[in-house]
Design a protein. Structure first.
Length: 318
């Protein structure tokens, strides 16, 4: 009887060593997750119920910060509208434009390397430098774009100085740096088996038929990836909108200067800019944390909706 029970302790020790080994491999990720996501999230939730100005001790105020953010903060509505507008328009156009450029380059017989490099290089430009260049190009008074339009008899818009054109100008800036999506879509397009194209051609499918029945079902997981990551990134849209608004306003920026974001007429104000303004310019950390959690909840809801609706993009399982 003792001989039959003796392997059990050894088996338990083996399983324990295996779990410790797995935990050891996971420990870098667990430490990084805890330090850079878990703790900040818990601290954000904690401070969202506190009055805290980063100087005095936090004081519990209940739901006062949440009530202020959701019902009393005058700029929350415009900032949320601008952010959601950019999410819908910018992400959709970036995916369509990136896929179109990827399709075009994969069809080019000669010079594909040159065009691939030309479209990818703008993505490597730092966001601030790219925004400064675009504000210069789209300057309504002396920019080359409006000068070219004027030469052919077209009156150019005010671009970043017009509330109606400020967000479309940011979309143009994002389309200029489409190199990341182009490379991803090119990899997906080149991975589609050529045998499927040949079979579709034998069945009489034209260019549109081959794209609809061969290309699209093969690349829909990549399209979903591009949409989800684009939504997450655009929800955090900050640098380009802030720099473009400040440069277009013509206000000089010196040491210690505080400039309210959103020029012109709050048309480029996004939720991340509002969070920064609340937390680091007005020192209302509690409200900034509450607004951060609102943005986090919206991003999670949109991402979850996209993942639940993935059946409309991904091929159906047999």
């Amino acid at each position: 009887m003792a001989a039959t029970l003796s392997p059990a302790p050894e088996l338990r020790r083996k399983h324990r060593r295996e779990r410790l080994r797995i935990l050891g491999f996971l420990s870098p990720w667990l430490v990084g997750f805890s330090v850079f996501f878990g703790y900040p999230l818990i601290a954000t939730v904690y401070f969202s119920f506190m009055h805290y100005n980063q100087i005095e001790q936090p004081a519990f105020v209940g739901l006062r910060n949440w009530k202020y953010v959701l019902t009393q903060m005058p700029l929350f509505g415009p900032a949320l509208w601008n952010t959601l507008w950019l999410v819908v328009v910018m992400v959709a156009l970036r995916v369509v434009f990136g896929l179109g450029v990827g399709l075009l380059i994969t069809k080019i017989k000669s010079g594909a390397g040159f065009f691939r490099t030309a479209f990818y290089l703008p993505y490597l430009a730092p966001p601030v430098a790219a925004t400064v260049a675009f504000v210069f190009l789209l300057n309504p008074a002396s920019g080359p774009v409006n000068e070219i339009l004027g030469a052919v008899g077209i009156r150019g818009p005010e671009w970043f100085n017009d509330p109606a054109w400020a967000k479309p100008s940011l979309v143009l800036l994002s389309l200029w740096g489409i190199g990341d999506l182009m490379v991803i879509f090119m990899a997906a397009l080149l991975d589609v088996p050529k045998e499927q194209y040949e079979a579709a051609e034998l069945d009489g499918a034209g260019a549109w038929g081959k794209f609809r029945y061969v290309t699209w079902p093969s690349i829909t997981p990549i399209v979903l990836f591009a949409v989800v990551t684009g939504v997450v990134q655009t929800m955090q849209y900050y640098t380009q909108a802030l720099v473009a608004g400040k440069l277009a306003s013509g206000v000089s920026i010196g040491p210690g200067s505080v400039i309210q974001p959103g020029y012109p007429d709050h048309s480029t104000l996004t939720v991340p800019q509002l969070i920064y303004s609340l937390g680091f310019q007005n020192f209302n950390t509690g409200a900034a944390c509450a607004l951060s959690l609102v943005l986090f909840a919206i991003a999670m809801a949109v991402t979850t909706l996209l993942m639940r609706k993935r059946a409309g993009l991904l091929p159906a399982d047999d």
